[in-house]
Design a protein around this ligand. Structure first.
Ligand code: HEC
Ligand code: HEC
Length: 187
């Protein structure tokens, strides 16, 4: 399944990438049709009308710009491991990568479909607010499945692109991480 998706996406991208390599000017998705087509490939997974294709895919519309730039670089150079996103990041030139981050950061974070979180925040969550939504990425309203998996990967050393997050997550028992992810996804 995963391989099929990767293959399908690569075929599309191979077709798109061929003529795009000559541009030195700053790409503009509103006028550059090839770049715009590349970005619509991203939307096929991340945000179909502001909705993700499945729960393991993170929301990137309205996410912090600097965070998006860093993640794309991290995928590209292997600091963050993901087979699909490695290829996706590689299809973008360095200029396009920055413009793509700006483009997605400017979109509106999708509106919540569920009701507001009615439970009090789990203990320990106040600590997260010291960084998140200010210097660190937005977590509020991110999908539960994505959040809990991202936290597990930091905890177990599979995601290594932030040492502080690795230490912090390793110190939180899995059940507490689940409660945090549940609460954050409902915000
Ligand atoms: C085939 C589906 C697919 C496509 C197409 C795709 N992505 Fe992703 N993307 C994912 C998945 C799955 C993840 C989560 C990877 C992980 O769990 O580490 C992800 C993660 C990301 C992240 C990290 C977000 C975060 O909160 O950490 C960014 C940024 C991103 N993608 C940008 C893009 C851009 C830009 C494109 C188009 C060039 C794109 N993606 C195309 C599936 C896709
Ligand atoms: C000292 C600052 C700091 C604190 C405190 C902190 N984080 Fe983070 N967190 C970060 C940074 C920075 C990143 C982005 C790391 C990277 O570059 O990938 C991050 C990433 C994450 C991610 C991945 C987001 C994504 O889109 O992939 C999750 C989930 C997360 N943090 C959860 C938490 C939770 C839950 C807490 C509280 C228990 C917490 N963090 C506390 C700085 C912090």
């Amino acid at each position: 399944m995963r391989t099929q998706i990767v293959f399908g996406v690569l075929v599309v991208l191979a077709a798109l990438a061929a003529p795009a390599l000559t541009a030195e000017i700053i790409p503009d998705p509103s006028t550059d049709r090839e770049f715009s087509a590349k970005l619509s490939v991203c939307n096929a997974c991340h945000d179909v009308n502001g909705r993700r294709k499945n729960a393991t895919i993170p929301v990137i519309w309205g996410q912090q710009e600097n965070y998006l730039v860093k993640q794309l670089h991290d995928f590209e150079n292997g600091a963050r491991n993901d087979e699909v996103m490695l290829w996706m990041a590689k299809t973008l030139t360095q200029e396009e990568l920055r413009v793509a981050a700006t483009y997605f950061a400017k979109q509106t974070w999708p509106a919540r479909s569920a009701g507001a979180a009615s439970t009090p925040p789990p203990p320990g969550l106040a600590v997260c607010q010291g960084c998140h939504d200010t210097t660190a990425p937005r977590l509020a309203g991110q999908g539960y499945e994505y959040l809990v998996e991202a936290m597990r990967r930091f905890a177990e050393g599979e995601r290594k692109n932030n040492a502080t997050m690795m230490k912090m997550m390793a110190a939180i028992p899995p059940a507490d991480r689940e409660a945090m992810a549940r609460y954050l996804s409902g915000l």
